[in-house]
Design a protein around this ligand. Structure first.
Ligand SMILES: C[C@@H](N)C(=O)N[C@H](C)C(=O)O
Ligand SMILES: [Zn+2]
Length: 206
C-alpha cells in the first residue's frame, strides 16, 4: 500500500466547513498519553460514502442548533497496531487515571473498548460529539471521550436524564442518516452501508 489517500476517501473539513476537529491520536491527549503512529497530521478522513451521509446529518443538526466535533475518523492499521503494543506494556500507565482508572489496560481489548481490527480502519467509522452553536460549548454526554468504563455505555444508569437525552439526540440523528451507534462508547458510529466491509486500510493520516 502507498501513502496516497485512495480516491474513494476525502477530508471531513472539505465537506463540512463549520466543524471542530480535535484529533486526539495525533497528539498527547489520548489514552496512551503520546502521539499514535500513523497520524502524521490532526486530520479527519472518511470514505466518500460516509462523507455524503455525514453531510446530511450535519445539516440536520445545524437546523437544531448544533455542529459536530470530531475526535477520530479513518484510523490506519498501523495506529491500531500501536495500541496493541501499548497495551502489552503493563508498566506504562501514563494516562490510566484519566481514561481507564478501573480497568487493567490488558483487558481493554477483550472488554470491547479498543479493537484489534477496528471499523475505523475500514474508513466509515467516526468518533464525534455535538457542540451547541449558541454557547460554543460541547454538549454534556455524561462522560469524556475515550473514557473506558460502564459510564460510557449507552445503557448506563450512571448518568443524568439530561445526559441520556443528549446521547439520544446524537444517536437518533445519526441513525436517520445510516450511522449505527456502538453500545459501549457513546461517541462511536459506523455507517451501516459501509463501502469497504472487509478492507483494513493503512495509509497514514496526513
Ligand atoms: C479506542 C476507541 N476510540 C475506539 O474507537 N474503540 C473502538 C471499539 C475501536 O477500536 O474500533
Ligand atoms: Zn471509535
Amino acid at each position: 500500500q502507498t501513502d496516497e489517500i485512495p480516491p474513494e476517501f476525502g477530508y471531513i473539513t472539505n465537506s463540512l466547513p463549520l466543524v471542530v476537529l480535535e484529533i486526539r491520536y495525533a497528539g498527547n491527549h489520548n489514552f496512551t498519553g503520546k502521539p499514535i503512529n500513523g497520524y502524521e497530521k490532526p486530520e479527519a478522513i472518511l470514505s466518500k460514502s460516509a462523507l455524503i451521509q455525514l453531510m446530511k446529518a450535519y445539516y440536520y443538526f445545524l437546523g437544531k442548533g448544533y455542529t459536530f466535533k470530531f475526535f477520530d475518523a479513518y484510523r490506519p492499521q498501523t495506529a491500531v497496531n500501536h495500541f496493541r503494543t501499548w497495551a502489552r506494556d503493563e508498566a506504562d500507565t501514563l494516562s490510566k487515571k484519566e481514561f481507564y482508572p478501573n480497568i487493567p489496560k490488558k483487558n481493554l481489548f477483550k472488554l470491547g473498548y479498543i479493537s484489534t481490527q477496528s471499523g475505523h480502519s475500514r474508513g466509515s467509522t467516526l468518533d464525534l460529539t455535538l457542540i451547541d452553536l449558541k454557547t460554543g460549548v460541547e454538549v454534556d454526554m455524561g462522560s469524556p471521550y475515550d473514557f473506558f468504563g460502564e459510564i460510557s455505555h449507552h445503557n448506563t444508569q450512571k448518568i443524568t436524564k439530561k445526559q441520556k437525552q443528549n446521547r439520544l439526540l446524537l444517536k437518533q440523528g445519526m441513525r436517520k442518516f445510516g450511522f449505527i451507534a456502538y453500545p459501549k462508547e457513546w461517541w462511536h458510529y459506523t455507517l451501516y452501508n459501509e463501502p469497504f466491509r472487509h478492507t483494513y486500510f493503512d495509509f497514514p493520516v496526513h
